[in-house]
Design a protein around this ligand. Sequence first.
Ligand code: NAP
Length: 298
Amino acid sequence: MYINPKYMKFPVKSDKNMEKYLVIGDPVGHSRSPGMQNAAFEKAGLGAPYGIKRVTPEELPEFFEYARKNCRGVNLTVPHKLAAAELADELTPCAAACKSVNTLLIENGKITGHSTDGIGLEEALKYCFNEPLSGKRIVFLGSGGAAQATAVHLANCNVAGISFINRTLSKAEVLADMCRAQKGDLEISCVAPDDRRAVAGLLEECDYLIQATSLGLKPFDPLPVAPECFQKGMKFCLFDTIYHPTPIQALAEKNGIRWANGKEMLIRQGAASFEMWTGIEPDLSAMRRGFDEGVPGK
Ligand code: NAP
């Protein structure tokens, strides 16, 4: 896959005095973070210091030592978010609660781990559907890393209830307990995707359905719920954390259900990281443009 050299390693415009920023993952070549982060840095007059680096799980401890000496900020994507929570010197309360880290802030050699995925989803829901979150019923499809980082955050957003539909019910139950630890009186339930009656009941009642499984990333992936669960006139809005077209987005469109993809969530979690590193509120329009232009291979 061709990657624009601007986003390949360290930045073409950086000099040795410039602070360094990276996104790491395995794989990571598909990441839109360099495009949107460098757009924010450039708009703020800070050059284009944000690069991309493939780091395998085995290399992660060594990378932390590299980052400690050489970087100011790092974003982490699959599969590093849970392991990074163990390696950071300190965690913010939010990262400690969800046991997940997607952002590192490095100050005088100390590495603080933070999670901005939750605020990213919260801001994206408000922006895409133009309503406050307070009092809303949320249903998550999935209970993996993305659901973990975001559900624990939403538990503190004054929502009416959170439910999880997940193939491995035991993982949903662990996540439900993490949310209960945030807010003991929150209505929480867990359902298996093949329990059609229970799934249909949850979808009847919910305001936001968050698609947080990895189904839809590959071209022939099945739907994460039976298509019959989506009926015309249902009141919920679908938020698919995946930011390219997927079958569940098409199903929502066909049934007249409001939906949004994961682009705004990525922008907002990145904006929160940027602000933490620089103390500057980023230009979101520039970040959206950077996201669109930063397609690997373009
Ligand atoms: P993960 O930790 O690997 O979790 C994957 C989830 O998908 C689990 O709930 C898993 O169920 C479920 N799943 C996978 N294959 C399945 C199958 N064949 N049938 C039924 N369920 C299946 O991945 P993640 O890090 O949470 O990422 C999930 C999604 O979030 C990805 O699509 C990613 O692109 C997206 N994401 C988006 C953003 C954004 O900013 N827009 C940020 C982070 C992540 P089990 O528990 O049963 O295995």
